[in-house]
Design a protein around this ligand. Structure first.
Ligand code: TYC
Length: 119
């Protein structure tokens, strides 16, 4: 596995020796400009037809929430029109959206799910 270098660490770099430096090695400090990856939130949208129980089960299954939490999220979607079900890397968020839409399609429900960058 590749070794991860945390952001804002300082990496020593060697400077080539010049003719009159006696062959010494100079260590320079350089701050790495590595940003954490952009995260994406997965939102589920309300509609008038998908059963509440189906939404709760989907949230439990695909977003690893316990029944209480899944119910709270479902009710927030129902009342506010949408809610965040989870925050992931871009690829994982896209997979969650696909899984939810496929499950909804298989069951004949119009449930909608989207992902968007956080902030
Ligand atoms: N509004 C739906 C109903 O009353 C329930 C529902 C909740 C639907 C959340 C979609 O994402 C949703 N049956």
């Amino acid at each position: 596995m590749a070794t991860k270098i945390p952001p804002k660490t300082v990496q020593p770099t060697t400077k080539p020796s010049t003719p009159d430096d006696g062959g010494s090695v100079v260590l320079e400090r350089r701050t790495q400009k590595v940003k954490p990856p952009q995260m994406h939130q997965v939102l589920m949208l309300n509609d008038d037809y998908t059963p509440m129980e189906f939404v709760v089960v989907v949230i439990q299954e695909f977003f690893s929430k316990d029944r209480e939490t899944a119910t709270q999220i479902m009710l927030k979607i129902h009342l506010d029109g949408k809610a965040v079900c989870g925050v992931y890397s871009k690829d994982v968020a896209a997979t969650k959206v696909d899984q939810v839409l496929e499950a909804a399609k298989q069951s004949g429900h119009p449930l909608q799910c989207i992902s968007e960058p956080v902030e």
